[in-house]
Design a protein around this ligand. Sequence first.
Ligand SMILES: Nc1ncnc2c1ncn2[C@@H]1O[C@H](COP(=O)(O)OP(=O)(O)OP(=O)(O)O)[C@@H](O)[C@H]1O
Length: 271
Amino acid sequence: MTDLLRAKELTKHFVTRGPLGARTEFTAVDRVSFEVGLGETLAVVGESGSGKSTTARMAAKLMDPSEGTLEFDGADVTHAKGPELARFRANVQVVFQDPFSSLNPRHTVERILMAPLVYQGIAPNGSRRAHAKELMERVGLNPDHSLRYPGQFSGGQAQRIGIARALAVNPKLVICDEAVSALDVSVQAQVIELLRRLQRESGFSYIFIAHDLAVVRQIAHRVAVMSKGRIVELGPVEQVFDDPQDEYTRTLLAAIPRINPEWDRRRRELQ
Ligand SMILES: Nc1ncnc2c1ncn2[C@@H]1O[C@H](COP(=O)(O)OP(=O)(O)OP(=O)(O)O)[C@@H](O)[C@H]1O
């Protein structure tokens, strides 16, 4: 499989100040390396504070790494600026956890979906409206609702708007940072199915940040397990879930039966 994104030894230090102004350096992500293939879904899992979001932010170039490099489509984009960064932004899009805080509440869906097209100079003026409606249809929203505001949609529908906005520029990689974590289980299943369908149709890659391993099992090809800023295990989902090599991965997996008894039953049947 051709590598689309290659992260090499990505590291992020944060500087915090104590009550007396004392400077403490803290390493949130520590020499993390991974690749994402074309059309592949790489999940990044781990407990809260393990460094998943910081890794996602560096991969999306929303945050510069303290050390390490990022390659996209064979080019080093670690320090990309100007047109090179704009090209990266057209190819790599992010879907955040909370659609209501990541979508402007004062803009209509149409305006939200047309904004990336304007920014990237995609689709001539007259066809942007039609393109926005097409995007709504692609993610299962009624295009007649294009003049509504995010607040007039349910959580699941609003997340579909976030997904449509990410797809507007036809990206090669979509980074989902806990994109389904805040949704009810049944809505979550529908949005996961949507994400899978969109990947089948368009062949783009996902980095899928999640803490729910049952969700990861449904969507990812490979999984990286993070603990205390480091990747402790990385491999195909079946391999990591069925034969975890790392002690921390085993602890994470042991928590699943409480989340998904059906999956646990099937696992036991297979053993
Ligand atoms: N801007 C920042 N300044 C200082 N520390 C930060 C900053 N952003 C994150 N951290 C710290 O870095 C560590 C990793 O955070 P990160 O959000 O990447 O973890 P996470 O695995 O995504 O956790 P969660 O699932 O809770 O979002 C945490 O200890 C967090 O407090």
